[in-house]
Design a protein around this ligand. Structure first.
Ligand SMILES: [Zn+2]
Length: 317
């Protein structure tokens, strides 16, 4: 059973969907959403216009298990099942419930947390483009929304780098299906494909006690930005976050590949810095000045070990 809370103002306006618990072990978004829901029910906030839909736990099976996934990663291959084809697993059935819900909205805020240590950050999609990978025309609105979330950093370039990771795996001899890139498409990519826009907010480390507050403040900031609730008249604009562009991905080749230290997301590296050592003794060094992102010392052989990001020239409105 999926629990969905809908709040509809009498005045028309933006249609915002907020998701929590897409990954079952990420509880901060669920807590942030439940807090806001209780405050709306209690009359602490009034919805002035538009529609707000809250899904506190998007993956109930994974939440019950206390794990990232129920039967597979809900935030991959996110698209409706072909008509008449029985759903292969639990997450496909959830996706088939969430897709029509996303279709009825135009803005998505998807609340997550992450495994490694590090500060909260937001992830945005591509710049406006008419390319085949992810055509988009609402980058300005999406960037404006990301800026309001209050994180020190915003990261762009996810699907490009996912495609690069696939190319590396194919070059290493792995046989990939023709639609392998679709595996990299999650909730926000689906929202963009439907004409809307969306931001992923990584609220902090999974067990960071501040993460629920980060998520809660972000939802309120989006509601104010979209003029769905009243904003204090003298509220200063949010500071400009640093924008980083994902610039590469390094795969783990062997379970014995190891990092030379406990990297945290956004740890800075200089070109040539030693990052890890392969099972055979080969050194893995930084290809450019930048930052380590999503280091995963539990990655399976053949999977993404870490990403690196460089400063972007993009400035968010
Ligand atoms: Zn997540």
């Amino acid at each position: 059973m999926l629990r969905v809370h809908a709040f509809c103002a009498l005045e028309p306006g933006p249609r915002l969907l907020v998701l929590g618990g897409v990954h079952g072990d990420e509880t901060c978004g669920s807590m942030a959403i439940e807090r806001l829901r209780a405050e709306l029910d209690g009359g602490m906030h009034a919805l002035r216009r538009g529609q707000l839909t809250l899904v506190p736990v998007a993956n109930p099976l994974a939440r019950r298990k206390g794990t990232r996934e129920g039967e597979r990663n809900l935030n991959r291959n996110f698209r409706p099942s072909p008509a008449g084809q029985p759903a292969a697993d639990y997450e496909t059935r959830i996706t088939d419930l969430l897709c029509p819900l996303i279709d009825r909205h135009e803005v998505l805020l998807d609340l997550h947390s992450f495994e490694s240590d590090g500060e909260a950050f937001a992830m945005i999609g591509p710049r406006d483009n008419r390319g085949a990978l992810e055509p988009f025309a609402r980058a300005r609105e999406e960037g404006r929304l990301a800026r309001q979330l209050g994180t020190p950093r915003v990261v762009e370039g996810w699907l490009d780098i996912y495609a690069e990771g696939l190319a590396q795996r194919a070059a290493a001899g792995e046989t990939l299906p023709d639609d392998a890139i679709d595996f990299g498409r999650g909730t926000n990519e689906y929202m963009r494909s439907r004409g809307g826009y969306g931001v992923t907010l990584e609220c902090g480390q999974h067990r960071d006690p501040d993460a629920p507050e980060v998520g809660y403040r972000a939802i309120l900031a989006v509601l104010r930005l979209l003029a769905m609730i009243d904003a204090p008249p003298d509220e200063p604009p949010a500071p400009h976050p640093q924008v980083l562009r994902l610039a590469g991905v390094v795969l783990r080749h062997d379970a014995q590949d190891r990092f030379v230290r406990d990297w945290a997301t956004f740890d800075p590296v200089r070109c040539g810095d030693l990052i890890g050592i392969r099972a055979g003794g080969e050194e893995v060094r930084a290809a450019c000045d930048g930052h380590i992102v999503f280091p995963n010392d539990r990655a399976l052989a053949g999977a993404e070990w870490f990403y690196y990001a460089r400063a972007s020239e993009r400035v968010l409105d």
